[in-house]
Structures are given as C-alpha cells and as structure tokens.
Write a protein that binds this ligand. Structure first.
Ligand SMILES: C[S@@+](CC[C@H](N)C(=O)[O-])C[C@H]1O[C@@H](n2cnc3c(N)ncnc32)[C@H](O)[C@@H]1O
Length: 289
C-alpha cells in the first residue's frame, strides 16, 4: 500500500492540476508541509509518521482554497521578499521578485552616493516590503512609508515589528492625491523616493490570472484608463519633494517605458533598470536642478 504522505501529495497534485495550476506537485508539497509543520524534505524522509484525521482534513480544505485559485501566499499568510519574511493577506499585494530589482538599485545608491544619513519615502507601501528591506540593509536611513489603505498599513507595521524595525519606519496614512503641503510638512525634503504603484490599465485587470484579478486588492493594481494615472502624480510629487541629486525609483509595467520616459524627462535625468527577463522595470529619475 502507498505511504500516507505520498498518497496525500499525489492526491493534492491531481486536485491542483485539475484546477489548472502548473506547479501542482510543488504546491501540494508546500501545503502539506505547512499543515504538518515539517519541511518539504522531511515529508520524504519522515514518511512513517501518523497523520491525524484533522490534519488530513485541513490539508484538503487548503487544497480546495488553492483550487479556487486563491494565491498560495494568502493561504500560507506569508511571502518571502529580498530574503525577509512578510505577513500578507488580501489587503496587500503579494511582493514580487521584480520589485527586488528596485530595492537592489536603492541599496546600491545608498552605499555609493551618500556618506551621511539620508531620508527615504516609499509611496504605496502595501506590506512594507520595500522600506523594510531597505532599512534591514542600511542603518543610514530615515524612512517614511505611506499608503492610503489603513488595512495595508496595519500589515506593514506588523512586518516592521517582526523584522526587528520597531520605531525605525514612520508610517503615514495618506493618499498621494491629498494635499501636497501636508505631505511636505510630514516628510520635508527627501533623498530617495521609492514606489511600486498601481499601474495596470483598468480594462486589462480582468484578463490577468485569477490569482491576481480575483484576490489581490484592486487598489493595488488599478492605474486608471492608461495605467499611468498615479505614476504621473508621483512624478509631480517627487519633483517637489526630492533634494538636488535625489532620485525616484519607480516600478513600471511592460510597455510603459516610452510614455513614462517622455513625462519624466521634463523634470529629471533618467535611466531604467531591467528585470531578470530583460524588461525595463524600474525608472531611476534623478533630480538635477
Ligand atoms: C502595487 S501595490 C505595491 C505594494 C508594495 N509596495 C509592493 O511592492 O508589493 C500599490 C500600493 O499603493 C497603494 N495605493 C493605491 N492608491 C494610492 C494612493 N492614491 N495613495 C497612496 N497609496 C496608494 C495601495 O493601497 C497599494 O498598497
């Protein structure tokens, strides 16, 4: 007779494949490890253990949720980003590997261009993945993290505490469309602004994978008719808040480079960093006057 753990993995793999999930076996293993509180490797080396009925039921319930295309990270309640762990739920975007390119660029700049303590503002902070990764990598920064969602900021504050950064990041609940003078009063001039804003054109959201279109917060995705609404506003705000020699690191979507470039070059000297697939992903806009 097949070992119980193996038979549960095969059951999960079949169920997830049926739901159209490509990495079905891997995800079945992850869900079973989560329920049994064992590493994936231990699933295969500790195969003789007894599996209580309630654990089997919990596993099957999670498979059911995943089969409805709820993202794995929301089921597990966490996501890895830049080597750190972040709590996530349906109030925050799941941090993406592409955004690590942005963080990498910021950390390089902090190390290479500044000798004194600097200030950083993250606009649309979500789970807090960007400011937390920066603060973990450099003590030479004062960081502000802003979002208009109170629920997202709760998660970001939790993540800051869990990552040992209590008191290091100042959280601001505000919309980028609110009174600019109020934001300026709170943060003053800053050396670096980071943002991974909502940049998907409204009409295209429904065509994305169900994990995104049905589960991730609409406010984290929707960039208005052309996807560039909030990006244009961020460029204006950045022009006002950045110090001379300061820089905006802004994540953009596939195909937005040309338009973003034409807006940004009015105010900044610009460059782009590519993601791992070679797509221009991060605008680096330096303030030169
Ligand atoms: C694409 S998510 C990015 C989250 C996180 N920084 C990341 O990289 O995973 C965009 C974030 O912007 C926030 N947001 C949307 N509209 C906003 C606005 N008008 N003002 C401030 N934040 C906004 C959303 O709540 C969401 O958390």
């Amino acid at each position: 007779m097949e070992n119980k753990i193996l038979s549960l993995i095969h059951y999960g793999e079949a169920k997830l494949s049926e739901a159209g999930i490509t990495s079905a076996k891997y995800e079945a293993e992850i869900l079973l490890s989560y329920v049994l509180k064992k590493t994936r490797l231990k699933l295969y080396t500790d195969i003789k253990g007894f599996i209580p009925q309630e654990k089997e039921e919990e596993y099957k319930q999670l498979l059911g949720e995943r089969s409805k295309r709820k993202p794995l990270q929301y089921i597990l309640g966490s996501s890895d980003f830049y080597g750190f762990k972040f709590k996530v739920n349906e109030n925050v975007l799941i941090p993406r590997p592409e955004t690590e390119v942005l963080v990498e660029g910021v950390i390089d700049r902090i190390v290479n261009c500044f000798e004194k303590k600097i200030s950083v503002l993250d606009i649309g902070t979500g789970s807090g993945n960007i400011p937390i990764s920066i603060a973990k990598s450099s003590s030479m920064v004062d960081i502000y993290a802003m979002d208009n969602s109170a629920e997202a900021l709760e998660i970001a504050k939790y993540n800051a505490r869990e990552n040992g950064l209590e008191g290091r990041i100042k959280f601001i609940q505000m919309s980028i469309y609110d009174d600019y003078a109020k934001l300026k009063e709170k943060v003053g001039h800053v050396d670096i602004i980071t943002s991974n804003p909502p940049y998907i054109p409204t009409e295209q959201i429904k065509d994305l994978m169900p994990e995104i279109s049905e589960y991730e917060p609409r406010a984290a995705l929707d960039g208005g008719e052309d996807g560039l609404e909030i990006i244009k506003k961020i460029l204006l705000v950045a022009n006002g808040l950045l110090r001379y020699n300061g820089a905006l690191f802004l994540e953009i979507w596939d195909g937005q480079k040309e338009t973003v470039q034409s807006f940004a070059k009015k105010y900044f000297s610009i460059d782009f960093n590519n993601d791992l697939s070679g797509t221009p992903r991060v605008l680096i806009a330096e303030k030169r006057n």
